[in-house]
Design a protein around this ligand. Sequence first.
Ligand SMILES: [Zn+2]
Length: 75
Amino acid sequence: MAPALKKRRCPECKKAYTYEDVEKHPTYPFCSPRCRLIDLGAWLTEKYAVTQNIDPEIAAQLAEGSPESGSPPEE
Ligand SMILES: [Zn+2]
């Protein structure tokens, strides 16, 4: 019962990658923690720039938070 390998493309750097149980990967849907942080940082900047200044400590906590936040774009 070998799990099927799934091909994904990182929404940040567009690099293709393959993981077993990719949905459970800590950086899903990104290829790496770095890409996840880049994307999350961009999202936070966009989100809070128009609403309020966010405390850097809170931003850091959010950046380290659940990898399940956000939805991967469907293709
Ligand atoms: Zn990437």
